[in-house]
Design a protein around this ligand. Structure first.
Ligand code: NDP
Length: 289
C-alpha cells in the first residue's frame, strides 16, 4: 500500500503556524495581514470557494475584505475596485475568484492587480519570475503540491516527473517548479498520444486534468509518487448522492504507488493554505522583513 500524503493535516499545521505568528505581528504593526477576494455573480461553486477562503482567514486572525459584485458588473467597476485595493494599506493580497461572467475580461483584471499583492500568483510578472527562477509569489495549487513533496521528504532532484494537464493555473507553473527542483519534467495534455506510455515513465506523476479515473493502475510505475490535483463531482446513480473524486483511480493505484494524495484531503486544502501564506509573505515583505 502506498504512503498516504495527507494534505489536510499538513495544511492545518501550516495554518496553525500562521495563527501563532499573526498576533505578534498585529501587536507590532497595529494591523493583521489582509486578503481581499473579489467575486462577481452568484455561481454556487465560486461562492463556496470564497466562503471557504474567508473562513480560513478568520480562523488564523487574518483580515478578509470580501467584495461581492452583481453578475452584470462592468469591467470598469471591477477595474476601479482593484485600483482601490492596490492602494489600500490594509490589503496585502488580492484575488479575483474565477470564472467570471463571460462579458468580463479576467486576464485584463489579473494584469491590473499589483504584482506584490497577487495572492494567487497568477500575474504575468510573478509567472515570469517563476520562469526566470527568481523570487516571487507562486501560484497556490502548484505551490501546495511542492509543499507536500517537501513535507514528506520526496526529493525531486534527478527524478522523472510527468505533469498531465498544461493549464496556466496548475500544469504549467507546476512543471516549472519541478524543473526548478531539478526534476526531468515532461508535460502531457489532451493531444498526447499513448498517455500511459508517458505516465509509466514517471517517478513523480501529477494529474491535473479534471477527468475522473483518467489515471488507471496500468499507467503508474510501481513505487511512483502520485499527486492527484483533479477535483471532480461524481453522482452515484442509485443513491443520487454526489461525492468528490480526483483524476486518479485511487482504489487501485493506491496498491502500486509508493505514495499518493487522496481526494479530498490531498492537494485541495493546501491551495487555500498557500493563499494565506502568500498573503502573509506579502505583508511581511511590505514591512521590510
Ligand atoms: P483546465 O481545464 O484548465 O486544464 C485541463 C488540462 O487537462 C488541459 O491542459 C487539457 O489539455 C488536459 N486534458 C484534458 N483531457 C485530457 C486527457 N484526456 N488526457 C490528458 N490531458 C488532458 O483545468 P485546471 O488545470 O484548471 O484544473 C485541472 C483539475 O484540477 C480540475 O479537476 C480542477 O477542478 C482541479 N483543480 C484543483 C485545485 C485544487 O485545489 N486541488 C485547484 C485548481 C484546479 P489541453 O491543454 O490539450 O486542452
Amino acid at each position: 500500500m502506498a504512503q498516504l500524503l495527507d494534505g489536510k493535516t499538513l495544511a492545518q499545521k501550516i495554518q496553525d503556524d500562521l495563527k501563532t505568528k499573526i498576533p505578534d505581528w498585529v501587536a507590532k504593526q497595529g494591523r493583521p495581514p489582509g486578503l481581499a477576494v473579489l467575486m462577481v455573480g452568484d455561481n454556487p461553486a465560486s461562492a463556496a470557494y470564497v466562503r471557504n477562503k474567508e473562513r480560513a482567514c478568520e480562523k488564523i486572525g487574518m483580515a478578509s475584505f470580501g467584495k461581492h459584485f452583481p453578475a452584470d458588473t462592468t469591467q470598469e467597476t471591477l477595474s476601479e475596485a482593484i485600483a482601490q485595493l492596490n492602494e489600500d494599506e490594509q490589503v496585502d493580497g488580492i484575488l479575483v475568484q474565477l470564472p467570471l461572467p463571460k462579458h468580463l475580461d479576467d486576464v485584463a483584471l489579473l494584469h491590473q492587480i499589483h504584482p506584490d499583492k497577487d495572492a494567487d500568483g497568477l500575474h504575468p510578472l510573478n509567472l515570469g519570475r517563476l520562469l526566470r527562477g527568481e523570487q516571487g509569489i507562486r501560484s497556490c495549487t502548484p505551490a501546495g503540491v511542492m509543499e507536500i513533496l517537501k513535507a514528506y521528504d520526496l526529493s525531486v532532484a534527478g527524478k522523472k516527473a510527468v505533469v498531465v494537464g498544461r493549464s496556466i493555473l496548475v500544469g504549467k507553473p507546476l512543471a516549472l517548479m519541478l524543473l526548478a527542483e531539478h526534476g526531468t519534467v515532461t508535460m502531457a495534455h489532451s493531444r498526447t498520444p499513448d498517455l500511459g506510455a508517458v505516465t509509466r515513465e514517471a517517478d513523480i506523476l501529477v494529474a491535473a486534468v479534471g477527468k475522473p479515473n483518467l489515471i488507471t493502475v496500468d499507467m503508474v510505475k510501481p513505487g511512483a509518487v502520485v499527486i492527484d490535483v483533479g477535483i471532480n463531482r461524481v453522482v452515484n446513480e442509485e443513491t443520487g448522492k454526489g461525492r468528490l473524486v480526483g483524476d486518479v483511480d485511487f482504489a487501485n493505484v493506491v496498491n502500486v504507488a509508493g505514495a499518493i494524495t487522496p481526494v479530498p484531503g490531498g492537494v485541495g486544502p493546501m491551495t487555500v493554505t498557500m493563499l494565506l501564506q502568500n498573503t502573509f509573505l506579502s505583508y511581511c515583505r511590505k514591512l521590510g522583513v
